[in-house]
Design a protein around this ligand. Structure first.
Ligand code: SAM
Length: 323
């Protein structure tokens, strides 16, 4: 139905993701939310696999919405696309008059399209303005973060979001350099990071600037705070037997996901109570054992899947009874 995608645009673990969500989407009019529409790869696969279901696709990136809109046009009124940050889901559903949803997918992080668009500054390997906003019409840019944050905040971001062991050394260099001239483009930052880390470690673990760029992107887009708000709201929106699938590419995303799902799988009464009172039973059942990783075949077909961790759960108690 659409042109053959480049290998980097093949949706990650698409068969497994569909197998996890499809059982909730077989009744006419069932609703799937793709919270991270991107180029619409997963969405298109769903619309084909679940002919009774309709799709609501969200993205904060106007360009992604436009391209996915073109790709999904053949599905007509089965598809509704909305520009939104995914923690705005309750408002979006309200606006559309939708009370509960049957499935929701989060395929987190940056899209291959965003990485390919050099001028948006996500890629450390190309010189471009230090922007990194997924919605480039609002909010602070990576250059703003680099030029204005305190050294302590910069070090925390690089260490936590980038898991960068040499965060302090890099930040010392950033601070010295920004006093001479504010940062505007990515090549200067890439080179600074490369020269700030010890020569012996430069040869391992990919491009030395990769971790710093990832950390800045997470900060610029408030990715972890948004996810922390969005997952409970998504679980809350699920109908009975509705399913949620989350694909993480960073250990902190996966930890937030694990914790958000765990809350629903446990009763909220003390362990020593002999009987769980009605309305306090768990409201989620996990569909994955721990986090699922890609198979060797998947890895070969789709290098973007290398760091993915997939967790999924089913709603087993309705909202009305949640305390
Ligand atoms: C990994 S891509 C999704 C790819 C998609 N599954 C596909 O098959 O084409 C992630 C997308 O989610 C969007 N995104 C990331 N965080 C978001 C947020 N908080 N709210 C809305 N969209 C977000 C990004 O703009 C990007 O387009």
């Amino acid at each position: 139905m659409s042109a053959q995608p480049k290998p980097s645009h093949v949706p990650v673990m698409v068969d497994r993701v569909i197998a996890l969500l499809a059982p909730a989407l077989s009744t006419p009019g069932s609703v799937l939310v793709d919270a991270t529409l991107g180029l619409g790869g997963h969405s298109e696969a769903f619309l084909n696999a679940c002919p009774e279901a309709r799709l609501i696709g969200l993205d904060r990136d106007h360009n992604a919405l436009r391209l996915a809109g073109e790709r999904l046009a053949p599905y007509g009124d089965r598809v509704t696309l909305v520009h939104a940050v995914y923690d705005e889901l309750p408002r979006v559903l309200d606006d559309l008059g939708i009370d509960a949803i049957d499935g929701i997918l989060f395929d987190l992080g940056v899209s291959s399209m965003q990485l390919d668009e050099a001028e948006r500054g996500f890629a450390y390997a190309q010189d471009a303005p230090l922007d990194m906003r997924m919605d480039d019409t609002t909010g602070i840019t990576a250059a703003d973060v680099l030029n204005t944050y305190s050294p302590a905040d910069l070090a925390r971001i690089l260490y936590q979001y980038g898991e960068e062991k040499f965060a302090r050394r890099i930040v010392d260099r950033i601070v010295a350099e920004r006093e001479k001239e504010p940062f505007t483009t990515s090549a200067r930052l890439s080179e600074l990071v490369r020269s700030a880390i010890p020569a012996a470690t430069r040869r391992t673990g990919g491009h030395p600037a990769k971790r710093t760029f990832q950390a800045l992107r997470i900060e610029v887009n408030g990715e972890l705070e948004v996810l922390r708000r969005a997952l409970p709201a998504a679980i809350d929106a699920l109908a009975l037997h509705g399913r949620i699938v989350v694909m993480s590419y960073h250990s902190l995303e996966d930890r937030i996901t694990k914790q958000s799902l765990a809350i629903g799988t446990k009763s909220d009464v003390p362990d020593d109570l002999p009987v769980i009172p009605a309305g306090h039973e768990p409201f989620l059942k996990l569909l994955t054992r721990g986090a699922e990783r890609p198979t060797d075949e998947e890895l070969e077909a789709n290098p973007r899947s290398a760091s993915v961790r997939v967790r999924a759960a089913e709603r087993i108690r309705t909202r009305g009874l949640v305390a």
